[in-house]
Design a protein around this ligand. Structure first.
Ligand code: SF4
Length: 360
């Protein structure tokens, strides 16, 4: 059987095999969300199977208080803010970084935190602040930048950390009484770093069927089929269907870098609130590179955009179409919340790949 034939066969087989199954599956990773919508997988599932998105888009889970912090810092004429592009249009409590840049703040977009080091080195009179967001996938390269800053004695460089660690957030999500999911598609990229074993607790402690899978349509179907099979048989196991890139132990060098440079701290998640040990702050020897300490910053309470339901969407309590602003007041050109801004956001995925017929 050719690969193409297998992909075409999957929906029919799955619809036949699981025609009477009722369950809710959650995909955690934004890349899966987009892959599912792009391939129309959500429309080809058995009628009783529902797919929801989880807290895996780094921009979407970052609270607006953090953006506000960056906005305020950017108004200091000595500060250069350096960031990944996705954060630019996310609304803070008052303005987005795009808006303050238009007012004259020095805000630069890079593809690697190592570029921020170069900016610091070529602008010794400035304070260069890198906006450190992301999961265990992004943290190692930022750890590397911090180590290099220390080795190269680049003292005008610091990180404003809002890193996220997924495991405590998933535990918080599963304990939320309003959240009911029957199976989880674990994030493929993150698993490359953490290893498949990092998700074993979901089946062992929460009896949640869990599968790690890739991002091609046939890989997503394979993962969904494995989950439905487990649910229909009453099993709860961790299955790694992405063994070509995800090992049991993960990338140990990357894990070591995270351990060396960062230490766990409580982190604020949009939709979940403050979750203990779900963030990463700079560890003792690297404290001087923490912008919060360098500038004596206090936490800023988040003020979410009026009417935006990103907080509920991120934890699977609502779908983008249930937001009254979706597609009308809020579009990728004029986004109101981060789930519409981010390339990995659930609202953006639902908007870009919505059906012309029923809008779903
Ligand atoms: S459609 Fe826009 S306003 Fe509504 S939840 Fe999504 S991002 Fe927020």
């Amino acid at each position: 059987m050719t690969r193409q034939a297998r992909v075409v066969d999957y929906p029919d087989k799955i619809r036949t095999l699981f025609a009477n199954l009722k369950c809710v599956l959650m995909e955690v990773c934004g890349t899966h969300t987009h892959g599912i919508r792009r391939a129309g997988i959500h429309q080809l599932l058995p009628p009783g199977v529902r797919l929801l998105s989880g807290p895996g888009c780094p921009v979407c889970v970052t609270g607006s208080g953090y953006i506000e912090q960056a906005v305020r810092l950017s108004r200091n004429p000595k500060v250069i803010i350096v960031t990944f592009g996705d954060l630019l249009r996310v609304p803070g409590n008052t303005l987005s970084l795009t808006q303050v840049r238009a007012e004259g703040s020095d805000i630069r977009v890079v593809y690697s935190p190592l570029d921020a080091l170069e900016i610091a080195q070529t602008n010794p009179e400035a304070e260069v602040i890198f906006l450190g967001i992301g999961f265990e996938t992004t943290a190692p390269v930022i750890a590397l930048a911090v180590k290099q800053a220390m080795q190269r004695k680049i003292r005008n460089f610091s990180i404003l950390p809002a890193f996220k660690v997924l495991k405590p957030a998933l535990e918080c999500l599963l304990k939320n009484p309003g959240v009911n999911i029957d199976g989880l598609i674990a994030p493929g990229h993150l698993s490359v770093i953490t290893g498949a074993g990092a998700f074993a607790f979901l089946a062992e402690r929460y009896r949640l069927p869990t599968v790690i899978t890739g991002f091609k349509p046939e890989e997503i179907w394979l993962g969904i089929a494995a989950l439905l099979q487990q649910i229909s048989k009453g099993r709860a196991e961790l299955e790694n269907k992405y063994e070509s890139v995800v090992t049991a132990e993960g990338n140990q060098r990357a894990q070591q870098l995270i351990k060396e440079v960062f230490e766990p701290e409580a982190a604020e998640w949009r939709g979940l609130g403050l979750v203990p040990d779900s963030g990463l702050g700079l560890a003792g020897p690297f404290w001087e590179f923490d912008s919060r300490k360098r500038f004596g910053l206090a936490e800023i309470v988040a003020v979410e955009p009026a009417g935006c339901r990103c907080g509920e969407i991120i934890i699977g309590k609502a779908s983008p179409e249930e937001c009254p602003l979706f597609g009308r007041d809020c579009t990728p050109e004029k986004p109101i919340g981060p789930c519409m801004v981010s390339a990995e956001g659930s609202c953006a995925a639902h908007f870009y790949y919505r059906s012309e017929v029923n809008g779903s």
